[in-house]
Design a protein around this ligand. Structure first.
Ligand code: FAD
Length: 411
């Protein structure tokens, strides 16, 4: 008997889930509320724990075509410019963990997963489909969504589509996940008080001395900046994170915020930093602003899966980006989901048991990564004595502090 998975959300997590479920022998119907599949213009780091999953899915070649593989991660002080520590990446990561450390444009990673789902699976992909009603019984889960036709420009809300039944529902619908609210009713995510300014540009547009093929993290009081190459090293991704709040009115429509205003605000926040960092930020005019939100970790496996419904990616564990693992954990979730659903051939296992196993094998690792990301933020943004201790430890222990076998070694 072929079982059917319904997936809410077509981001990196939803597409990875579609791939994993079809590999496990399930039929997949995926629903994405947007009119087309797309990702924001920003970079993403993928540790060897994540590229190992992509290797297992035969995507290493496709990744190599679009990613960069920096040879080291260097940590520098944002104010003094001093080098604090280095973690060799490149061959060292390959040798240690059997998979590379990659940096990639999010749209390229998303596109790569989408092409794989389209070309190598029978998954049905539905766009303009915003799931909003959910029910489950002992036998099935049912969803219903509002369906917008591409041309429809109407003041009326889009019409309800038909009810759709499946054996399992995977909520991969992100930070504001409706599936999560149906399951857990725990309200909106929390605003962290940190703002992220992101820029992505061809390195050729920068003066020679500002181009770079490494991952560089600049740490300063109440701020940090990370830069790394993507697209085979031809583009540079830069993200500056500063502590500060936007009022509700300013954060209401961030997409339409003026790039010049963003650039000005970031430059003001970095005013006391070293010349090389200021030169980089001053050379870039186009910055997009994000208000960073997260949620506390789940309290147990029963929150990540209930009956025939499971959460995956940001829907389950939205985290601060200070360990660069949010999408990574979504991909790890998907791999584990595939393993759990692949047990379908065992007639003794019902769907709720499979999903419970998935959740049991994922929730603690996700919680650990979420907690570590928060701690990293505190260390990155430290001031005074704490920052002095951080710098001394990094200079003394460097690689031993920066390498994370518990994370990069996988689950
Ligand atoms: P999303 O990308 O949010 O996708 C959810 C999808 O669901 C969307 O397409 C949405 O339209 C759709 N959807 C929502 N509601 C509905 C509905 N009702 N019906 C149908 N569809 C719906 N991660 C890393 O691994 N490495 C990094 O270096 C990294 N850097 C980051 C830097 C910053 C500044 C930030 C903010 C994040 C970073 N992340 C990083 C985290 C990463 O971006 C996220 O964890 C990841 O994109 C989450 O993917 P997702 O598929 O779970 O959610």
């Amino acid at each position: 008997m072929i079982r059917q998975a319904l997936i809410s959300g077509g981001g990196i997590g939803g597409l990875a889930a579609a791939l994993a479920c079809t590999r496990a022998g399930w039929e997949v119907r995926l629903f994405e509320q947007a009119a087309r599949f797309s990702e924001v213009g920003a970079g993403i780091q993928l540790g060897p724990n994540v590229t190992r999953v992509l290797q297992d899915w035969d995507l290493a070649g496709a990744l190599a075509e679009v990613a960069a593989f920096p040879d080291r991660l260097q940590v520098r002080h944002a104010v003094s410019g001093q080098a604090l520590g280095v973690l060799p990446l490149g061959a060292a990561m390959l040798q240690r963990y059997g998979a590379p450390y990659a940096t990639v444009h999010r749209a390229d990673l998303h596109q790569l997963l989408l092409a794989q789902v389209r070309e190598r699976t029978d998954a049905t992909l539905n766009l303009n489909y915003c799931l909003a009603r959910f029910t489950q019984t002992g036998d099935a889960v049912t969803v219903q969504g509002r369906v917008q036709s591409g041309e429809e420009i109407s003041k009326k809300p889009p019409a309800w589509g038909p009810q759709i039944e499946g054996d399992a529902l995977i909520g991969a619908d992100g930070l504001w996940s409706p599936v999560r609210q149906w399951l857990l009713a725990d309200g909106p995510p929390r605003v962290t008080g940190h703002l992220a300014y992101r820029a992505l540009l061809p390195q050729s547009r920068l003066p020679e001395q500002l181009r770079s093929q490494h991952v560089t993290a600049w740490l300063g009081p109440r701020l940090h900046v990370v830069q790394y190459p993507v697209r085979g090293g031809e583009w540079l991704n830069v993200v500056g994170i500063v502590q500060g709040r936007l009022d509700a009115a300013s954060s209401a429509d961030l997409d339409n915020w003026d790039h010049a205003t963003n650039a000005q605000a970031l430059r003001a926040a970095l005013a006391g930093t070293c010349a090389p960092l200021q030169d980089l930020v001053n050379a870039i005019d186009t910055w997009r602003l994000w208000v960073l939100c997260d949620r506390p970790p789940l309290q147990g496996a029963q929150q990540q899966a209930q009956g025939r419904v499971a959460l995956l990616g940001d829907a389950a564990h939205p985290m601060r980006p200070y360990l660069a693992q949010g999408a990574g954990m979504a991909i790890e979730d998907a791999a584990e989901l595939g393993r759990a659903l692949g047990q379908a051939l065992d007639p003794a296992l019902d769907v709720p048991t499979m999903l419970a196993r998935y959740a049991l094998n994922r929730w603690q690792r996700n919680a650990q990564v979420q907690a570590r990301a928060i701690r990293n933020g505190q260390i990155f943004h430290a001031d005074g004595l704490v920052s002095w201790g951080r710098d001394a430890a990094l200079k003394l222990l460097g690689e031993r502090l920066l390498d994370l076998p518990w994370l990069y070694g996988g689950t």
